[in-house]
Design a protein around this ligand. Structure first.
Ligand SMILES: Nc1ncnc2c1ncn2[C@@H]1O[C@H](COP(=O)(O)OP(=O)(O)O)[C@@H](O)[C@H]1O
Ligand SMILES: [Mg+2]
Length: 249
């Protein structure tokens, strides 16, 4: 693919937004956002409802294209990529978790997760083996054959996270992953995101919960489509401080 940022994969930012705007009709959802996310970061995007958080996440996740500005994901300028190339980049690079778990009714956890690899060319046995490993990783080794209605909200979200990290994507984007959970289940999910981060995944969490945001190493505050505060900005010139040696992959 074209227009890669120079530098080795390890020091190339995972996501770069420069002057990114998005309008829907006459609604300006995002207005000139600048953001650099480095490999191995764990950050919160926080702000009131309607402030543009999901728009920003969808754009950095290549689910949506900007109206203006530059977006690079893993060094690729998304403007240079066709929709097909974009899906390939997304499939190999990004895992998504949403507030709603999107688990199919009546489908056991193991199959819900394994189906994430349906088009990967792997055999059914291999898909299920990897799915089991992912479910064990999120602490659900004892719930492999449970269907969604037999799982708590927190467990359903952990199934969704297992599905998102199945292919071991370097970037995990979570949009209000605790929004539908009680505070205890929410804390378990946030703890799990910390563990994935410690294992090397770059994790971006959208939340409107300022208490959760405050526990994460970097906080980006969005309001009215603009980034009004970024606790990581001051440190951006010292990228080594943001990328612990063990997090490089
Ligand atoms: N697909 C869309 N069509 C029209 N307006 C949208 C669309 N997506 C978001 N918006 C509008 O853009 C603004 C930002 O929305 P969003 O990014 O979802 O905010 P947040 O996630 O912070 O609640 C809101 O005014 C919302 O109504
Ligand atoms: Mg949202």
């Amino acid at each position: 693919m074209t227009s890669q940022t120079p530098g080795t994969p390890a020091d190339r930012p995972v996501v770069e937004l420069a002057g990114v705007s998005k309008t829907y009709g006459d609604v300006a959802a995002l207005r000139g956002a600048d953001l650099v996310i480095r490999r191995g970061e764990l950050l919160a995007i926080v702000g009131p409802s309607g402030s543009g958080k999901s728009t920003m996440l969808n754009i950095m996740g290549t689910l949506d294209r900007p109206s203006a500005g530059m977006v690079r994901v893993d060094g690729h300028d998304v403007a240079d990529l066709s929709d097909r190339e974009l899906s390939a980049l997304r499939a190999g690079t990004i895992g998504f978790v949403f507030q709603q778990f999107h688990l199919a009714f009546g489908v056991p956890a193991l199959d819900s997760v394994a189906d994430g690899l349906l088009y990967s060319g792997r055999s059914r046995g291999e898909r299920r083996r990897l799915a089991e490993r992912a479910l064990r990783r999120v602490g659900l080794g004892h719930r492999l054959y449970h269907e969604p209605h037999q799982l708590s909200g927190g467990e359903k979200q952990r199934v969704a996270i297992a599905r998102a990290v199945l292919g071991d994507p370097p970037l995990l984007l979570a949009d209000e992953p605790t929004g539908a959970l009680d505070s205890r289940s929410g804390a378990v999910v946030i703890e799990l995101l910390h563990e994935l981060h410690e294992a090397g995944t770059t994790v971006v969490v959208i939340t409107h919960d300022r208490d959760i945001a405050a526990t994460l190493p970097r906080e980006v505050r969005v309001k009215d489509g603009r980034i009004e505060h970024d606790s990581g900005e001051a440190a951006a010139g010292h990228s080594t401080a943001l990328v612990p040696e063990g997090a490089l992959r």
